[in-house]
Write a protein that binds this ligand. Structure first.
Ligand SMILES: [Zn+2]
Length: 309
């Protein structure tokens, strides 16, 4: 081997070293994350409700972090939602769906992407739900559909308003039609909620897209959104290629979607609690049958689940 070959090989090695990036696991276990000005301590971000001090970016948070911020720590009870059979289609691509579910459960500590809680804001009893994007992109399969329907049934049984913090890329392809059918099932459940004159408040968080936007995320009586959240059905590149037009830079951001009438109000994370509380008090005054002070929790009946399935 002559010196030219040796030098080239050495150059290749340096290139590989420079290209080496941290793995997902390394990024997750690190104390640091990044935002507009470079590295930022996760602890500092957490102290500011996971919102960047400099650019105001609302970073993604998990369900418990969301409930802690909006309802207060230890001020909610997590409800156990039904878990249907895992992997009904025996799906396998680069790895099996069962493996994906296993690692998502380990990573998030949740059985499915949706968490349902019962809680209170200013003496108003509320049933609420949130999505964890870390659970297979918060996509919706049978378990997530069941969780949402369970939450709505709980709201009806207890005459509570239902508040849902949405996120996720859409329906889960590993469950194919079973996942798609959750759009209809959740829509039917929401119409039951509305027949009972119970408010349904949606807060769109980053990112809410696909079948989620095409069903329960857009059916709220009032639609709130966090600043800068992606709210979309199809992706920007797909639309751009179809209409053959350059789209605005803020296209599909919550501020843009608000201008188009899909969102009623953009609310910063620090103001969510107060805003949800005041909206619900206004809406509930119109529904005198609702007892906002009662703490009683009647036995769940599963009629709605049966009707919707
Ligand atoms: Zn920033």
């Amino acid at each position: 081997m002559n010196w030219i070959k040796k030098t080239l090989r050495f150059g290749e090695k340096i290139k590989i070293l420079l290209k080496k990036r941290p793995t997902k696991e390394e990024v997750e276990s690190s104390d640091w994350t990044s935002c507009c000005k470079g590295p930022v301590l996760k602890k500092d971000l957490e102290n500011n409700l996971f919102v960047c001090d400099s650019c105001g970016k609302h970073h993604r948070i998990n369900c418990k972090q969301r409930f802690d911020i909006v309802f207060g720590k230890n001020n909610y009870e997590i409800l156990k939602t039904p878990i249907p059979q895992d992997d009904p289609l025996d799906w396998e691509d680069s790895k099996t769906y069962k493996e994906r579910l296993k690692s998502a459960r380990k990573k998030t500590g949740q059985n499915c992407a949706v968490m349902i809680v019962k809680t209170k804001i200013n003496n108003i009893n509320i049933t609420a739900g949130a999505f964890d994007f870390a659970f297979i992109g918060a996509s919706v399969g049978a378990a997530e559909g069941e969780a949402i329907i369970y939450g709505i049934q709980h709201a009806i049984d207890n005459q509570n308003p239902f508040v849902l913090f949405t996120a996720g890329g859409g329906m889960r392809m590993f469950e194919s039609l079973i996942a798609l059918s959750q759009m209809t099932r959740t829509t039917l459940a929401i119409s039951e909620l509305k027949k009972n004159n119970l408010p349904y408040l949606v807060c769109l968080t980053d990112p809410t897209a696909g079948g989620i936007t095409a069903s329960f995320a857009m059916l709220g009586d009032i639609a709130l959104a966090e600043p800068g959240a992606l709210v979309a059905f199809a992706g920007k590149r797909v639309i751009q290629a179809t209409v053959k037009e350059e789209l605005p830079t803020d296209f599909q951001k919550s501020e843009y979607v608000e201008k188009c009438g899909f969102v009623d109000l953009i609310v910063e994370r620090k103001n969510l609690r107060e805003k949800i509380s005041s909206i619900l008090s206004i809406l509930l005054k119109k529904n005198s049958s609702i007892n906002s002070i009662s703490d009683e929790t009647p036995e769940d009946n599963r009629t709605l689940t049966k009707a919707a399935s």
